[in-house]
Design a protein around this ligand. Structure first.
Ligand code: AMP
Length: 201
């Protein structure tokens, strides 16, 4: 039997993160890319929202942070991701959307993946213009009725992203994992650019 890590250099990139500010189009692109690669798109925001809808204990807790544009505490989020990554469908790869978002989460994810005997192949970064993004999010809030898509919350979410999540990019850059893609192009163009970023080295 061959060991899965013995020839990592030729293995296709299938253990992936997609990163970018709120409204960059991460969710839309994650679903497309994951479907094309046959791996699950794992969105922590979606998991929290499902719990909010289901009025679970986790949902009640998460909502109190989400509605203010703040992050749910790392301990809660890390445990949730740990159990999701342990599910069978994530064994052959995954695309994490919206996680990790803090340096503590980066460390936690490193630990989870090393326990699973694996690591990250690539980090896809969607680069967008902030003011454009605010406009997109206000429109989404009106369409989907998302309670965290009001202008005040959006501005707070962008601040929190700049303070807590943007520094992660340096960490992954230092590991040579980050590929930058212009997130202002059309949805199809962004998907194509992301596929290219996954194909190249
Ligand atoms: P998203 O759909 O990814 O924009 O996430 C919506 C909200 O869920 C965020 O504003 C946070 O309140 C919460 N959330 C999602 N992912 C995380 C995470 N990795 N860490 C902490 N909070 C998160």
């Amino acid at each position: 039997m061959s060991t899965p890590t013995s020839d990592a250099s030729s293995a296709p990139a299938r253990r992936l993160l997609i990163v970018g500010p709120p409204g960059a189009g991460k969710g839309t692109q994650a679903v497309r890319i994951a479907e094309q690669l046959g791996i699950p798109a794992i969105s922590t925001g979606d998991i929290f929202r499902a719990n909010v809808s289901g009025q679970t204990e986790l949902g009640v807790l998460a909502k109190s942070y989400m509605d203010k544009g703040e992050y749910v505490p790392d301990s809660v989020t890390n445990d949730m991701v740990r159990s999701r990554l342990a599910e069978d469908d994530a064994r052959g790869g995954f695309l994490l959307d919206g996680y990790p978002r803090t340096l503590d989460q980066v460390e936690a994810l490193d630990g989870m993946l090393s326990e699973l005997g694996t690591g990250l192949d690539r980090v896809l970064l969607l680069v967008v213009e902030t003011e454009e993004v605010v406009g997109r999010l206000v429109a989404r809030g009106a369409e989907q009725g998302r309670s965290d898509d009001t202008e005040e919350t959006i501005r707070r979410r962008l601040e929190v992203y700049a303070e807590q999540t943007a520094p992660l990019i340096d960490v992954y850059d230092a590991r040579g994992l980050v590929r930058r893609v212009d997130g202002m192009a059309s949805i199809d163009e962004v998907t194509a650019a992301l596929r290219e970023a996954l194909a190249g080295r």
